[in-house]
Design a protein around this ligand. Sequence first.
Ligand code: ADP
Ligand code: MG
Length: 370
Amino acid sequence: MKTYDLELIGVGKTYETGAPAVSDFNLNVEKGEFIAFLGPSGCGKTTTLRMIAGFESITTGDIFIGGRRINDMPPERRPTSTIFQNYALFPHMSVRRNVGYGLDVKGVPKAERDRKVDRMLATLGLDDIADARPTRLSGGQRQRIALARGLVVEPEILLLDEPLGALDANLRRAIQAELKLLQVNLGITFIFVTHAQSEALTMSDRIVVMNNGRIEQVSTPRDLYTRPRTPFVANFIGRNTILPGTLAAVDGTLGRVTTTFGTFTGAIDSAAMGTGREAAVVVPAEAFTMEPSRGPAAGAGVPGGNALDARIESRSVVGPIVRFDLAVEGGQSVMLEGHRDRYGEDFAAGTPVRVTWDASKATVIPAAAH
Ligand code: ADP
Ligand code: MG
């Protein structure tokens, strides 16, 4: 049997008060992977991270690190380090002593400790402020101290709980790039908790999307964006239009969905769905193209399937990109975006248009998850 760096099997957590915070969490992580836990506030990200770290007991299931079951191992004996949301630095200790704290706890001899701390301070560009107190430093510097303190103990797995949440947008982007580079160079497994999809999409090898204590989907950033598998993911990630109906037929890799305003096709994972059940075609905003149209012909009458007659409701320009909200008869709305050069002033609010898309860029998903 293959051993993973980290493995969670059927992990669940129910606190003494309340409904289950995490249920049936299953995940295999390879050495050196950058994994993000992404989902709205309260979905169970921190709880899962704290169970991996050992700060929270698990109610059901098993956690393995490097093939070893660690359910009952105390946090300080696990090969993990945690970077907390608020950094949890010691205000009365110098930067150097903050960074060396984990080594002190482990009883590492002084000479070795100093050597490791010095190297980590240099790696993260903290040598100049080694003797300062954290309270006098900026948010970016404090973030870096927390990172140094987590890394200096040479963990197998670094657990980060919304570590960039306190930083402004520019600094956040700079540190994102730095953090990713550091992770690749060190080859350490990162589990990175965030509720910001852009952060997860830029840094991760794979993203675990969570909702209401459960995993919705585990995918690469690209697949999450282009191949959502649940209505929650289709709504949460990117800008998707969801066209609801019934799965009428499956033909190889394509599924055909009948709706009240037309019949549409998209790529389907046919193993997951049978015909006759409620389904939806999900189309990313940039997968649509449109042309001005002459009249309000019914969508169902458009030859060749993936076309809709609609009317432009609103148009907004975001740099080189134009975003449109379109209305289809019957109340369905469509989000379309494209380049400014393609969609000029003649695509104004009120214009009737015909919208088309390539079936391979759309995805057929089941209507209801759980
Ligand atoms: P996230 O990090 O995704 O925002 P959390 O893991 O913090 O989510 O919380 C998941 C759920 O568990 C929430 O409903 C939250 O209220 C609940 N919860 C978290 N910590 C505790 C606790 N110590 N006692 C009881 N309920 C908790
Ligand atoms: Mg949290």
